[in-house]
Design a protein around this ligand. Structure first.
Ligand code: NDP
Length: 290
């Protein structure tokens, strides 16, 4: 069965909107998110555009702060510090990846953890890993919410996550293997050094593919009835499209769909959930004293 991320997102956004109304009333202003974008990476441009659009649709003040690709780290840190101090800014997001000459970790650590709506500061990673999350990174948050909404219990399930980034694989590992109400899975975290991936995936009840490598998983690598969550976003040249490309996931959808009990499409699966859960994190940030 296809998991319709757009449909689930719509429902959650509806729930958020009444919450937002109340928060705006209490604050006397809309909750606000500042996004810092460095350079003009086309994928980042697309993601940022979608985030700003979602903000305006839901009633969040979204503002984009752009920097040239050659910006130095002092200028960026000064900007982050300025946003940290502004009482009318609730969330700060540094769009990743940053250009290679900049130290991503150093920049992230300057974000006030109470405004770190991506949940990427060491403090927020620590809180998540100790089972008391403040902000759950939006993509893993969205994936956990998918399981809630389709009514699939994770307890006792064998899960394989492919990809170990700080933004997807690692936090998801922590959430799914945690003691929370709907977690308690046995999770294996695979990556590019994993030998014989099929050995792991063929035993899994749930597989999350988050690699950025197209067709890393196909029907021959999954067991009948497995649940497949495809996080990957890959651009495939397609001259028939106006844009010149189309988006595909990490999973060979056609063959995997024949065996899966549930599967997320790309686009329209995890992507909309990510944006929605970011909105939820901004709401949560706006409710806190900073
Ligand atoms: P990263 O590049 O930070 O991490 C990719 C991970 O996948 C790494 O751990 C890497 O292993 C592993 N990997 C790469 N190729 C292979 C392979 N052939 N076999 C096994 N493991 C592999 O990416 P992100 O986590 O940031 O993003 C992953 C994908 O998800 C991207 O396509 C991105 O665009 C997409 N994405 C989608 C979102 C959405 O909302 N739908 C949100 C965020 C990301 P190693 O560590 O050994 O290098």
């Amino acid at each position: 069965m296809l998991i319709d991320g757009k449909e689930i997102s719509k429902k959650i956004l509806k729930e958020i909107s009444s919450d937002l109304h109340q928060i705006s009333k209490n604050l006397g202003r809309k909750p606000a998110l500042s996004i810092i974008l460095i350079g003009n990476n086309p994928a980042s441009e697309t993601y940022v555009k979608a985030k700003i659009k979602a903000c305006s649709e839901v009633g969040i003040e979204g503002n984009l702060i752009r920097f040239d690709i050659n910006v130095d780290s002092k200028t960026l840190i000064d900007q982050i510090e300025k946003l940290n101090k502004k009482i009318d800014i609730d969330g700060i997001l540094l769009q990743l990846p940053v250009p290679k000459n900049l130290n991503e970790r150093e920049l992230i650590e300057h974000i006030n953890p109470l405004k770190d709506v991506d949940g990427l500061t060491a403090e927020n990673i620590g809180l998540l890993n100790s089972g008391t999350p403040r902000f759950i990174p939006a993509t893993p948050y969205g994936i956990m919410e998918i399981f809630n909404r389709i009514g699939v219990s994770l307890s006792g399930k064998k899960v394989v996550i492919i990809g170990r980034s700080n933004i997807v694989g690692r936090p998801l590992f922590s959430l799914m293997s945690g003691r929370g109400e709907n977690s308690n899975s046995t999770v294996t975290l695979c990556h590019s050094y994993t030998k014989n991936l099929s050995e792991f995936t063929l035993n899994a009840d749930i597989i999350i593919a988050a690699t950025g490598s197209a067709n890393i998983l196909d029907g021959s690598m999954i067991k009948e009835g497995a649940i497949i969550i495809d996080v990957g976003i890959n651009r495939l040249d397609d001259k028939s499209r106006k844009s010149g490309y189309r988006l595909i996931g990490d999973v060979d959808f056609e063959t995997a769909n024949k065996k899966a009990s549930y599967i997320t499409p790309v686009p329209g699966g995890v992507g909309p959930m990510t944006i929605t859960m970011l909105m939820k994190n901004v709401c949560n940030a706006a409710k806190r004293d900073k």
